[in-house]
Design a protein around this ligand. Structure first.
Ligand SMILES: Cc1ncc(C[n+]2csc(CCOP(=O)(O)OP(=O)(O)O)c2C)c(N)n1
Ligand code: SF4
Ligand SMILES: [Mg+2]
Length: 351
């Protein structure tokens, strides 16, 4: 058996969200990952975020590559659209789907092997193109599915289970996302649901390329002393720059934030991000400053988490390409094929 379906039993007292769904309606099949794998906690955070956001499951498309991480979309949002693509190719398939139907909410799930090795080019280009998506990278520093080889995000000096030190420099995916022009960049930890759930909600509401790197320990191959992606290491070195609260536009804000250090950032859809500053000199609106902070923290062996960058203005690929508001898959044939005369005029303009 390759998967286990969950019985569709609903406890009558489970709370429902505004569209009448309980958390169970956002679950998927029973996970076949190792007990304690960080990836399962990320799936639970995605379920929580989508339930709290009242996402209609049929309006969400989840796409992934290959790896334990890329298997996880089977374990959440069982009523959403899903596409398990080829290793490292989730971004291009997602870009195509997004161009064909801009009306869906796009969630890409990937691993550090999937994104930082074979899929590095695809990752870089989907960020710079500003595809309207949430890109969740479940980062454990190893190729979990193929038995724990170091991946390109393993820190130099980090030791394997057998005590061998990694000698190669790590690809820092948040720095790369910033360099490539991502308009929302965050890092979190699978063991910190309080931080992770609002970050996922804010990323899903963001218009443009939202990148979320989540350190997600692999308990089978990379959770020992000497690993910099273990539960203990991340807990001891986690430096959160801010705490985020996400407020959908329909809710009036009643919480008292008078203790100071809070920034309100309105989003294009009317929702509001409330950022509680934890590091006084950290400004998530300043990309260059964010890159410097991330590099300095990495030098000290710290794992900088929180909302690291939010572009003051963001646009997505459809805005760059000036495409029609109507999704392509809803256009009639006469609009998609305007005839030989129009083709001739286009060709003439290009000569
Ligand atoms: C084209 C191709 N090359 C190699 C593989 C073998 N392979 C499967 S998963 C994987 C790496 C997965 O690592 P990661 O993306 O970090 O996911 P994890 O299992 O750690 O969550 C590799 C190399 C493959 N499936 N396809
Ligand atoms: S091998 Fe590692 S990444 Fe894969 S399921 Fe097990 S703990 Fe998770
Ligand atoms: Mg991995």
């Amino acid at each position: 058996m390759t998967y286990l379906t969950k019985p569709r039993l609903h406890h009558p007292t489970l709370p429902a969200n505004r569209i009448g769904y309980t958390r169970r309606d956002y679950e998927g099949k029973v996970s076949t990952l190792c007990a304690g794998c960080g990836h399962d906690s990320i799936s639970a955070a995605i379920i929580q975020a989508c339930w709290e956001l009242d996402v209609e499951p049929h309006r969400l498309a989840k796409l992934s590559g290959i790896g334990c991480s890329s298997k996880t979309p089977d374990y959440f949002l069982g009523q959403s659209h899903g596409f398990n693509t080829v290793h490292g190719r989730m971004p291009s398939v997602l870009t195509g789907a997004n161009l064909a139907n801009r009306d869906l909410i796009y969630l890409g799930v990937s691993g550090d092997g999937d994104s930082a090795s074979i899929g590095l080019g695809q990752f870089a280009h989907v960020m710079r193109r500003g595809v309207n998506m949430t890109y969740v990278l479940e980062n454990n520093g190893v190729y979990g599915l193929t038995k724990g080889q170091f991946s390109a995000t393993a820190d130099a000096g980090s030791k394997s289970k057998r005590g061998v030190a990694n000698t190669e420099a790590a690809v820092d995916t948040v720095s790369l996302a910033l360099l490539m022009g991502a308009t929302f960049v965050a890092r979190s930890f699978s063991g910190d649901k309080k931080q992770l759930v609002p970050l996922i909600k804010a990323a899903l509401a963001h218009e443009g390329a939202a990148f979320l790197d989540v350190i997600s320990p692999c308990v089978a191959f990379n959770n020992h002393p000497g690993s910099t992606k273990s539960y203990d290491y991340v807990r001891e070195h986690n430096e959160a720059v801010n705490r985020l609260d996400f407020w959908p536009n329909r809710e009036s804000i009643t919480v008292d934030y008078s203790e100071g250090g809070v920034i309100e950032v309105p989003q294009h859809d009317g929702s509001i991000l409330k950022l509680r500053k934890l590091a006084a000199d950290y400004d998530p609106g300043d990309r260059v400053n964010a890159m410097t902070h991330i590099a300095r923290a990495a030098e000290k062996g710290e794992v900088l988490t929180g909302l690291l960058y939010l572009a003051p203005e963001s646009q997505d690929l459809h805005a760059h390409l000036n495409t029609t508001e109507v999704p392509f898959n809803k256009l009639e044939e006469k609009e998609l094929c305007p005839g030989a005369g129009m083709l001739e005029r286009i060709n003439a303009a290009l000569r």
